[in-house]
Design a protein around this ligand. Structure first.
Ligand code: AKG
Ligand code: FE2
Length: 435
């Protein structure tokens, strides 16, 4: 059975109705403190340490951040032409204008612009990073209409950074086409065996869930891609190519992010290099159909992802995360072109609890189908993950038992993960860690 069977119903079947204590609040506040990390600044010698520090704070506080595709505008300015007008523009006018256009990120954004302004004033040749969101276009338009002759802009060019928008669009299109197929076609890939490398299903774990989630999904192993791609859907005919291109691109991004996160922990960026290279990747392609009673059910129940990192692409808002400071849910704002990065259980264990995996859930809505593609990255199937010895000492004793991806699969095939998270079974009691 899948959610397609429920299309057109005016109330949700009892099987999907959550007990009142687990029902979502669809009006929780939108997070205004979600860090935005500019990955392009990693390549900038003077900005790199600050970016690593920003990632460290993001991981410590939330286990969660968003990365954006940036447009770089390189502006050449002859410093001797900098005058009061340019100073006013970079320090006051631009930050103020950005704040007005981007309410959720106002603080970050103006700080960010000020940082740009600083480096422009310091160097005669510099980069100005502009976020590619709706408000940026207006900022950008402004940059064009600004009389640069006063600042002697001699040249600029634009480069897209990160995963190409067309790769992202293609992957989402392939997902939509797959879920639009006749039910019999999709059911060929149906399985409730969590060990199957490619499987179509509904809810979280159909065989175990007492209450079903309002979600259909296809999960597919994706790395090394040549080992698995022949098992992916052959229909729609372009699925393998489009989803495959996205899988490869997102994996490269994950490798870069993993290195940065290790560095932010004070570890060598190449820590566990072999395990990272040989690690597995699972794409969870999710479809949340429109729901007549979204306040009674959830697309995915609260959980943390098992792996090291998850990179999430989504077509509209719906993701909520639990704020660790007060235990309240907050809604993750949707930004076109943005990718959400979440830390998983493996990273919590590896960091010996310095970083925590993020608890999240997906809500559904009555207006429009929502799609998401979660790229879940794990170390190898049988690689035993332990807290990094460098992060264990007298003051911070080993806090987790070792485990592997295979151990996790064994756990979810036997347990309802909404009742107890796998990571909670790994936490060591103080006397255990002394042994
Ligand atoms: O669709 C979402 O927003 C979340 C998906 C998710 O958490 C998952 O696939 O593990
Ligand atoms: Fe998840």
């Amino acid at each position: 059975m899948s959610l397609e069977d429920q299309l057109g119903v005016s109330s949700i079947p009892q099987r999907y109705v959550l007990p009142p204590s687990q029902r979502p609040d669809l009006h929780v506040p939108i997070s205004t403190t979600l860090p935005i990390i500019d990955l392009s600044s990693l390549n900038h010698h003077s900005l790199r340490p600050q970016t690593i520090q920003d990632i460290r704070m993001a991981c410590k506080n939330n286990g969660f951040f968003q990365v954006y595709i940036y447009i770089y505008i390189y502006i050449y300015i002859h410093t001797y032409y900098l005058n009061a007008c340019t100073f006013f523009f970079f320090f006051f006018w631009l930050p103020a204008r950005c704040s007005r256009h981007c309410l959720d990120y106002s603080g970050l954004h103006s700080r960010y612009q000020v940082k740009c302004a600083h480096s422009i004033l310091r160097n005669s040749t510099t980069k100005c990073y502009i976020k590619k969101t709706e408000h940026v276009y207006s900022t950008w338009e402004f940059l064009f209409s600004f009389d640069f002759s006063k600042a002697h802009v001699t040249s600029f060019w634009i480069i897209n950074h990160g995963i190409d928008q067309s790769t992202i669009n293609d992957a989402l299109e392939a997902a939509k086409e797959f879920f639009n197929l006749p039910q019999e076609e999709k059911m060929r890939l149906f399985s409730d065996d969590v060990h199957k490398p490619v499987r179509y299903g509904t809810s979280l774990n159909q065989a175990k869930d007492e209450v079903y989630c309002w979600r259909d999904f296809i999960k597919q192993y994706s790395h090394p891609i040549s080992d698995w791609i022949h098992m992916w859907p052959s229909n729609p005919p372009t699925y393998k190519e489009k989803m495959g291109n996205y899988a490869k691109a997102v994996r490269l991004l994950q490798m870069q992010l993993t290195q940065i996160i290790f560095e932010s922990l004070g570890l060598n960026p190449n820590y566990l290099q072999e395990e990272v290279n040989e690690g597995s990747q699972v794409l969870a392609v999710n479809c949340y159909p429109t729901c007549p009673e979204p306040d009674l059910t959830l697309g995915i129940l609260p959980h943390s992802d098992f792996g090291s990192l998850t990179i999430l692409l989504q077509t509209r808002s719906g993701l909520q995360i639990k704020d660790k400071s007060d235990g309240n849910w907050v809604s993750v704002p949707f930004v076109e072109g943005g990718l959400v990065v979440q830390l998983g259980d493996e990273m919590e264990v590896l960091s010996n609890g310095q970083y925590k995996s993020v608890i999240h859930r997906a809500t559904v809505n009555g207006e429009e189908k929502r799609f998401s593609i979660a790229s879940l990255h794990n170390f190898g199937m049988d690689t035993k993950i332990v807290p990094a010895p460098e992060l264990v000492d007298e003051k911070n004793p080993k806090a987790y038992k070792e485990f592997s991806f295979r151990d996790f699969l064994g756990y979810i095939s036997r347990h309802d993960v909404s009742k107890q998270r796998f990571i909670d079974t790994l936490k060591m009691k103080p006397f255990e860690s002394r042994n």
